[in-house]
Design a protein around this ligand. Structure first.
Ligand code: ATP
Length: 271
């Protein structure tokens, strides 16, 4: 039941347009997910759809965001799996959950089984600290991945794909990494991507005339998309901060009642 509730959450409303740049990754994800649905007859033989796709790269670069956009692609069921959903302390439970998960994915195919931050769940086997349950969990996952149908089977377009993200792909279990056949590197944003990000995050806030986005782009070399979003969020709070500086909560409430905060409150926040 947890799996049912947890995994079928595809109404997150994110599309590729909400994600700045990463054109190559978007094209590859389209090729891996959308095209096999539209032209299954092309994806046969050597061109069979990828069974596993890994998005890897530094933290905060949009890997989860890309997966959410993929979840919004019509017709595909998206099973969002977290460590807490799947790892059970009860002996045997985790393997059962993995089996149920893949049975559901096969039933609802075409579908995507998504593991965010897969290194947390699927790190290399055999380390001393490794829990027996975790080892069995991974073995079951590997055998389920080997058994998933491809659209070159009897039902074209009815494939199941595993999509995973990782900041540390080298920590992933090697056998699993091999099954994540298509690996897509998601880099830190270059200057033009950072420019797009500032525009995406600031599109619905009123900006002072003297905000120089080009300067911000120059100053944020090496920053991730997540860092840039934090800068924008923080900056969007400045007008309110200036108004209420050094005021007590009671004074702020009185200002609100007197309508003195209206100008700030009227500013749309960004989503
Ligand atoms: P982690 O590996 O730490 O989980 P991640 O690569 O999965 O990070 P996300 O969670 O997808 O990163 O991104 C974090 C936030 O950064 C997003 O919610 C989004 O607001 C912003 N962000 C990152 N990349 C982009 C982008 N290309 N376009 C727009 N926003 C972005």
């Amino acid at each position: 039941q947890t799996i049912e509730q947890d995994v079928l959450d595809r109404d997150m409303g994110i599309t590729f347009e909400d994600i700045a740049s990463l054109d190559e990754a978007k094209a590859l994800l389209n090729e891996a997910v959308t095209l096999p649905l539209i032209i299954p007859e092309f994806f046969t033989g050597i061109r069979e759809p990828w069974k596993g796709v890994l998005l890897f790269g530094p933290p905060g670069t949009g890997k989860t965001l890309l997966a959410k956009a993929v979840a919004g692609i019509g017709q595909v069921k998206f099973f969002n799996c977290s460590a807490s959903t799947l790892m059970s302390k009860w002996r045997g439970e985790s393997e059962k959950l993995v089996r149920v998960l893949f049975n559901m994915a096969r039933h609802y195919a075409p579908s995507i089984v998504f593991f965010d931050e897969a290194d947390a769940l699927l790190s290399s086997r055999g380390s001393d600290q490794e829990h027996e349950a975790s080892r069995r969990f991974k073995s079951e996952l590997l055998s389920q991945m080997d058994g998933i149908p491809t659209s070159s089977g009897e039902e074209p377009g009815k494939a199941v794909m595993v999509l995973a993200t990782s900041n540390c792909p080298w920590d992933l279990d090697e056998a699993l990494r091999r099954r994540l056949e298509k690996r897509i590197y998601i880099p830190l944003p270059d200057a033009s991507s950072r420019q797009d990000m500032f525009h995406i995050h600031l599109k619905s806030v009123s900006m002072s005339e003297d905000v120089d986005v080009d300067k911000l782009v120059q100053l944020t070399d090496g920053y991730s998309g997540a860092d840039i979003k934090i800068i924008c969020r923080d900056a969007s709070m400045m007008p309110m901060r200036r108004l209420i500086a050094h005021k007590s909560p009671n004074e702020i409430k009185a200002m609100k009642d007197a309508g003195e905060l209206n100008a700030c409150l009227a500013m749309e926040d960004f989503t």
